[in-house]
Design a binder for this molecule. Structure first.
Ligand SMILES: [Zn+2]
Length: 432
């Protein structure tokens, strides 16, 4: 068992005692006290659940479409037209399909960075309800732009505020399903709309989640509009701080890094999407050295093609080794902690989630090590990061509830979800 506490060695054999949704004991050897229910983890590696800290399940119908293109042409030529063809039912199905994939991969928490050209039909509410039904822990960030994005996706400033408030009020702040907000792309919103988001965050205590410095083109567009770099613009409108998650942060100046560090914003790293869309390589070691809290994410199923945090951990470490030619620059333990406690900290739950410790929420993953590609596993942490895959996940608990048992989802009918979502995605594509 790996607790994800810094420096704590594996517990062999380890045990976890859970009461309701909370971990009440963790140890090695014989467990403390009796239990009503026992889950035998023989041959498994027990870890905290992964926090997939940035995804777009709302784009899941676009998986495999428009591969091998840069970000803006991939969006304009393929993803945006498909998203326009969606109907309300498709939003519930997209969330369900994405939830099945994430839970079976051991991702117990996701940050869904939601956007849609159909907000007038309350698809954000539909999406939140579907995520909640799935048993995932999630933060649904309701995102849009008030000045420019693709046709049909722009809302007025007042619509953004009113509709975001309505969604926030529908979901408790401390529940398993929570709501956040934020402009979707940094070049698409007015300064006033950024300030609205900051005010919503302060009024309601919700987090913001912002695509930041993803590509040089994003930086150029922000500079054309405002005269600032992306991060300087955020500092200018007050949109930096511990409650503002910055996603990507690939193209940063030294000054940008300093501003992020001073404000305490967490940065989420998406190596697979950055590689697939040829966005670049985020300066992970510099961000770490500046003391910036770091989380890890797959990004959407359409800009990654999967939701596998094992692969994401491996790529995060390998990418930095390859570009710096230093094998120790980012190591297995660091990416494992980014994928668990780092993400939990980024969503403001660092004192309750992402480690196996008494008082923490009972979100656990049992990864089956009894497989040829995991034999031998002399070092369980290295096996987890460099050898294991999403398909090795055997059992998953969220909030103390078994949501995946022996690779089968207990909360939704996987076969129905895959069939219906696949059929409807093919039909939506046929209308393009
Ligand atoms: Zn994104």
């Amino acid at each position: 068992m790996l607790t994800a506490e810094q420096g704590r060695p594996p517990l062999e054999p380890g045990w976890v005692l859970i009461d309701g949704n909370t971990i009440v004991g963790v140890g090695e050897g014989e467990p403390d006290g009796p239990a009503d229910q026992v889950i035998d983890a023989t041959g498994m590696l027990v870890t905290p659940g992964f926090v997939n800290a940035h995804t777009h399940l709302c784009m899941i119908y676009g998986r495999t479409l428009g591969a091998d293109r840069d970000l803006l042409s991939w969006l304009s030529d393929w993803q945006v037209p498909l998203m326009r063809a969606l109907e309300p039912r498709d939003y519930a199905l997209s969330m369900e399909l994405g939830a099945v994939e994430n839970l079976k991969a051991g991702n117990t928490t996701i940050c869904e960075v939601f956007f849609s050209p159909h907000y007038e039909r309350e698809v954000d509410q539909l999406a939140a309800r579907a995520l909640d039904r799935s048993g995932l822990r999630s933060v649904l960030f309701r995102c849009s732009n008030d000045v420019t994005f693709f046709d049909g996706f722009v809302e007025s400033r007042s619509e953004v505020v009113a509709r975001t408030e309505k969604l926030i009020e529908a979901w408790p702040l401390d529940g398993r399903t929570r709501v956040g907000a934020g402009p979707l792309v940094p070049w698409g919103s007015s300064e006033a709309s950024f300030r609205d988001a900051v005010e919503l965050s302060a009024t309601y205590g919700v987090q913001l989640h912002l695509h930041t410095a993803e590509t040089p083109e994003y930086n150029d567009l922000v500079r054309e509009n405002t005269g600032f770099s992306n991060v300087e613009m955020l500092a200018h409108v007050g949109a930096l701080g511990p409650g503002v998650m910055l996603n990507h942060c690939v193209h940063l100046s030294e000054r940008d890094i300093q501003l992020i560090a001073e404000a305490g914003s967490p940065v989420i790293h998406d190596p697979t999407s950055n590689m697939l869309l040829a966005s670049g390589v985020a300066p992970l070691p510099k961000l770490r050295e500046a003391g910036i809290p770091l989380g890890l994410a797959c990004d959407g199923p359409a800009c990654n093609n999967g939701q596998d945090m094992f692969e994401t951990m491996k790529y995060a470490a390998l990418l930095q080794k390859a570009v710096t030619r230093q094998p120790g620059v980012v190591v297995a333990e660091e990416v494992f902690r980014m994928a668990t406690h780092g993400g939990a900290r980024a969503i403001g739950l660092g004192d309750r989630l992402g480690q196996l410790r008494p008082g923490y929420l009972a979100d656990l993953v049992l990864t089956d090590l009894r497989a040829p590609h995991l034999t031998p596993a002399h070092d369980p942490l290295v096996a987890l990061v460099y050898s294991a895959r999403a398909a090795d996940v055997h059992t998953v608990l969220v909030d103390g509830r078994v949501v995946v048992r022996n690779r089968v989802l207990t909360t939704l009918d996987e076969e129905r979800v895959v069939r219906e979502a696949g059929d409807r995605a093919r039909r939506a594509r046929a209308t393009l």
